[in-house]
Design a protein around this ligand. Sequence first.
Ligand code: 6R9
Length: 636
Amino acid sequence: MNFQIRTFDEYQEAYRYSVEDPEGFWAEIAQNFQWRKPWKKTLQWNFDEPNVQWFVGGKLNITENCLDRHLAERGDQPAIIWEPNDPHEAGVTLTYRMLHDQVCRMANVLKRNGVGKGDRVCIYMPMVPELAIAVLACARIGAIHSVVFGGFSAQSIADRINDAQCCLVITSDGAYRGNKEIPMKETVDDALVQCPSVKRVIVLTRTRTPVSMIKGRDLWMEQELKQVTAECPAEEMDAEDMLFILYTSGSTGKPKGVVHTCGGYMIYTAYTFQNVFQYEPGQVHFCTADIGWITGHSYIVYGPLACGATSLLFEGIPTWPDCGRFWDIVDKHQVNILYTAPTAIRSLMSFGLDKVENHDLSSLKVLGSVGEPINEEAWHWYDDHIGKNRCPIVDTWWQTETAGILISPIAGITKTKPTYATLPLPGVQPLLVDENGQEIEGNGVSGNLCIKFPWPGIIRTTYGDHERCKQTYFSAYKGLYFTGDGCLRDEDGYYRITGRVDDVLNVSGHRIGTAEVENAINMHTGVVESAVVGYPHDIKGQGIYAYVIAESQVSHSDAELMKRDILATVSRVIGPIAKPDKIQFVNGLPKTRSGKIMRRILRKIAEGETGNLGDTSTLLDPAVVDDIKAGALIGV
Ligand code: 6R9
């Protein structure tokens, strides 16, 4: 690729160019890709509607860029290396040619089942090659994929399917995760009771667990694949046609369908992949995220494949069969780039070094971190024990809405500083604002992080509700994209993300809205009201603390039972990732006279800082606070 930054001077030069002439800058980068028809205008935008269009009028298909164009030069190079959950099961290596073949076949299966350009397809699968194949098959024919993380509940799947009006679901019978076998098709069946738009379900065999197959609706993937050829011309897409929808939590109860489009998403994920990780041909890139999250979309599937890289896809979890699994994989597949989340690092740290030291990690060249702020201790452990102080760490800050990395060191080029995402990538113009929307200039300051100019991967809309996109991201500060994150800019101009400033929690790197969890808790019988806040958690980064008002006084033994039932309800409504770590029954919640819950106070109590609760004079009934303090679950 003709856009790799090699020195810090080149970074500065690229950055300057990208700010002075963003259109010229991105047009040059986009020329490295395969377009069916060139674009007429590189960028058209305003942040008021908002309306952002990149490469206007350009035609392409992202799978031609991720697959076809690599065939001549690297058709026999591995595109995907799959490591199964069970280390004793044989893995799979798909070369670019094999992946191309399988994507075309799966695309034909979709077509055979009535899916066409613009149709929405829901994908609910474990981390198997067929997941990446399904994603690319949708893109091949211009269908819009909506991947739902395999840990979500039937209700969450149903909400997402209905919001996007998906016509087809791709799933598997079950999934393996560590020593567990998890039903997938059954969960989809439970969801589909509420989803009249779904006409077909394609089911992969993975665990051979018994499943019901509804006549006229459900089909086995293996059988369908026998009916098709590997001939599937790619659909010609407009640069601004939708590529996918990915749901993410915000401060309201309902997840938003973040929309990304074909051209800008491709350019941005490829550019950032190549540069941030300094990928060299032949290297093996291991991103440990699930494809159900944006990190998996951008840095397991699209970014690496657009750059002709080898991407490792891992089905299992870091702690099974033991806590050395990642290091086992690094050793076995000679991984060069490892991209993981601080929560995984902290969890592995807690097991000590035994399972690290018996593996050869010398293949590693670059380490990445994503999803949440990385604490200093975890940063150093990663640096000392995994990178052996010879691998640069890239702490990459970005969001579902941004498509790719916005603020991050460039591996080996930007001087790193523990806990700092360091500097904006070329094309990214961050600024900090205060509560009144005034820009805070200079260094050694902190504020709310906004971006003032579009980059090719910026969110285009929230599916089916453009107003929501405008309200959430473009209305807090006029003319700016608001990230929802707090941020510090130090004396060197380095950025450090301090965490969400809205009611969004970050639990083990997963975004969870407090309102979503509250709605789920409130559905449980006997619950009158609840309030959920985050608190510092050693492994998860943030834990979930729920204050619950029950209908009648609950005795100690009843309370334990009710807590278990509430957890089951949250699991059922959202998924196990949203289960509160602590539940405290309270008689009242601290509310203002206008009825707003003062979460600031609840957060302080959950953090164990009961001494200094700040101004409580606006509370309707200050006495509830003493009551809550007395029953606080600290250090338990
Ligand atoms: C890619 C991803 C986005 C939120 C984001 C921020 C937090 C992500 C971070 C980070 C500090 C980093 N976040 N990376 N905080 N340092 N390197 O995680 O997307 O799931 O949408 O979450 O995650 O709070 O706003 P997403």
